[in-house]
Design a protein around this ligand. Structure first.
Ligand SMILES: [Zn+2]
Length: 76
């Protein structure tokens, strides 16, 4: 199910499955910051908002968290 990617020599076999999401952002809505964070609230770690797009639609587990809007993944 993993795609062949000739552009990188990196062995991705050790990466967790959600890293595959980084190569397929089309499934994320990618709403603009004006929609996700119209009031310009702080973003980034411990703010509950994605650093990249400002969305507060995040998922998290014990090792990482990520954004359901733009597909960004951050380690805890
Ligand atoms: Zn985001």
């Amino acid at each position: 199910m993993r795609q062949t990617d000739e552009s990188t020599d990196m062995d991705r076999s050790d990466l967790l499955p959600f890293f595959d999401a980084l190569t397929d952002r089309s499934k994320y809505p990618n709403k603009p910051r004006s929609e996700t964070n119209p009031n310009g609230e702080p973003t980034g770690p411990y703010t509950g908002r994605c650093k990249r797009c400002g969305s507060n639609d995040l998922w998290d587990d014990c090792t990482a968290y990520g954004c359901n809007n733009c597909g960004a993944v951050y380690s805890n």
